[in-house]
Design a protein around this ligand. Sequence first.
Ligand SMILES: [Zn+2]
Length: 430
Amino acid sequence: MKKIITFVMAVSLIFSSFGEDLALAYDIAAKDGKQTDANSGEGALTEEPLNEEPAEEDPSQDDLVSQEPSQDEPAVLLDGLVEEDGDIYYYVDGKMVRSELVKTGGNIYYFSNDGTALKRLLKDVDGDIYYFSKDGTALKNAFKKVKNNYYYFGKKGKAIKNQLKTVKIKGEKYRFYFGKKARALKKKWKSVNGKTYYFRKNARAATGTTWVSKYYCRFTKKGVLKRRLDSKKKAVALTYDDGPSSNTETILDALEKVDGCATFFVVGYLVKSHASYVKRAYRMGCEIGNHTWKHQNLTSLSSAAINKTISDTNNSVKKVTGKAPVLTRPPYGSKNSSVASAVNMPLILWSIDTLDWKTRNTNSTVSAIKSKVKDGDIILMHDLYAQTAAASKIIIPYLDAQGYQLVTVTELSIIKKKPLKKTKSYSSIR
Ligand SMILES: [Zn+2]
């Protein structure tokens, strides 16, 4: 008995390692033990179902794994642009294109990770920025505001960068600067090729005269900065009477070197014969004021005569510069209320009288200014005299070095925020 059990166990271990089978083997041995002797036990056991176990033991585990679901092949091989449920896809030989910029049929698309073409979206593709519109095509030669920023997309669809660009909007031309991230600059100064621009909060370059924070600025029609005055800095108005003359040009040269401007109160009858000086002064940004036609003392004239001398002078200036004077300096500083109402312009006097006409001395003219000058002064000189021109060559760079901005009378009133009123008189503006 003991032998048989040992044998059965051995057979069982060969065919199976399962405890169940071992129990079954014991069972068989117990049943057949009495009828079988130790030697015949082998034959009886061979007929037992134990032998078939290996076959049953392998269910179809491997077969299940190998049963892969078969792919449905498309009936037609998709190729090119395909529109489905409002989305655009792109196929090449039946394969959907993903995460790729595609140029096809003259249009540019970007197919995202899920294969759909981007729409109404800005997309950076390898450092180039595109805007894909509602039909999925990239904008070309177009200006576009996206999320509060402005872009310009060039002929190849790429947003332009580091570039000044004129854009026509509703028939008007505006200048923009598209920066390194392709966004148009806003509320920023920018120098391009030696020219300075200011881009407003709507990204358009400022033109004409305008304030930019503390600066009063003048820009050309194309947005180039021509003049920038700092309202927080000192300023004085140099004024020259009784010209124009051949000495005017020396004064203009000195002013030009420091980007300075002055006001020339001209006598009307000299304007035509010295038109080039007047024109140059005006182009430089200097102001041309009215000093009557023939230097008359206005208090001795009738209202009609005042009107005539003022308007004749205005007309002579306007013929040369295109703009009539808006300020008058009454000769000798002589005025009263009837003069003021007849002139009907602000009357500009002075706070520093250099007495240049009297001394005809360069040094005393220079020292008259140096000893008294302060912010907001209106300084009286005369451009008829060579000594005054010589003094100007000294005093102009001196004042500039002292931090004074050399401004016109009108500019002084603007940066000091003291608007000039007709019929009122002013000897300084602070
Ligand atoms: Zn005068």
